[in-house]
Write a protein that binds this ligand. Structure first.
Ligand SMILES: C[S@@+](CC[C@H](N)C(=O)[O-])C[C@H]1O[C@@H](n2cnc3c(N)ncnc32)[C@H](O)[C@@H]1O
Length: 263
């Protein structure tokens, strides 16, 4: 049995964009023929709207094929693998302890942490919605089995309201999840994740922590330190650590940062 961590760019999105480009392109060709004898304003309006939509869809399709290739576990670049393993490198769980991965997707980070901490257990939770339809609990369990692991478990859960008591876990981690969650302050999501971390436990949270999304993260770091958190660091990962600046811009990952430390 082989692992299949799927891709952060869903295949369905690529197929939809390619099909959309085809349909809109055909619509544009038809419109050019049908409006041949129409007045100039009608011709320009109809064809420029369809032309713009076709172009936007074609650019989206081209970007998604590029991003899919860069992220793919089977491609040359393997950026997802680098980010997952890089983030897991900060997750230390004491013997017999339990770590939590919030928004585990296909189980990649949960599994990387479980492999790094073989004497501990890792739990992955996710809400597994429509936007990442290829990710599921069953996929996580298959991947864990394919890796030969026995120290993982997966269950449904929501990052905005974790169904765990305060201080349940010995480590908490997450990768590229919170920026997807709209209508909630990202700093509140971090606080909710840190709520379930035991005193003394480590955290490693990786996401696009741009000011527009997360607000003032330097002030957030100071707030944690004032509460007694230790070794808190904000580590940019888009400046060569996980990816180059150019790569991060091309892939829409500018501002990628690791928040690490000890509670
Ligand atoms: C880009 S994927 C990353 C998956 C995984 N962390 C990884 O690194 O491969 C984002 C994941 O966040 C999950 N997610 C989004 N909103 C969530 C929420 N409110 N609670 C739990 N998971 C959520 C999605 O279902 C998806 O699996």
């Amino acid at each position: 049995m082989k692992t299949d961590y799927k891709n952060w760019v869903p295949k369905g999105m690529i197929c939809g964009l390619i099909a959309g480009t085809g349909v809109l392109g055909a619509g544009l060709a038809t419109s050019i023929v049908l409006t041949k004898d129409a007045s100039k304003p009608v011709r320009i309006a109809a064809n420029s709207i369809l032309g713009g939509a076709t172009l936007a869809c074609a650019i989206g399709a081209q970007w998604s094929v590029y991003a899919y290739g860069q992220f793919s576990y089977n491609g040359k670049r393997k950026l997802s693998k680098q980010i997952i393993e890089g983030t897991a490198g900060y997750v230390d769980i004491p013997e017999g302890g339990v770590g939590l991965d919030v928004g585990c997707g296909s189980g990649a980070l949960t599994i990387a942490c479980a492999k790094r901490n073989p004497r501990a257990r890792m739990m992955g939770i996710d809400r597994w919605g429509k936007e990442y339809a290829s990710f599921s609990k069953e996929l996580c369990e298959r991947n864990s089995k394919a890796e030969g692991l026995k120290n993982t478990s997966f269950s449904g859960g929501d990052a905005t309201h974790l169904e765990f008591e305060d201080e349940t876990f010995d480590a908490v981690t997450s990768n590229y999840v919170y920026h997807n969650i709209s209508g909630v302050s990202k700093q509140e999501l971090l606080i909710e994740t840190l709520r379930v971390l035991k005193k003394g436990g480590t955290f490693a949270i990786h996401d696009i922590m741009s000011k527009g999304r997360y607000g003032d993260m330097k002030a957030f770091k100071e707030k944690l330190m004032a509460k007694g958190y230790e070794e808190v660091r904000l580590i940019p990962t888009d400046d060569g650590k996980f990816m180059s600046k150019t790569e991060s811009r091309r892939l829409g990952l500018s501002g990628s940062t690791l928040l690490v430390g000890r509670k």
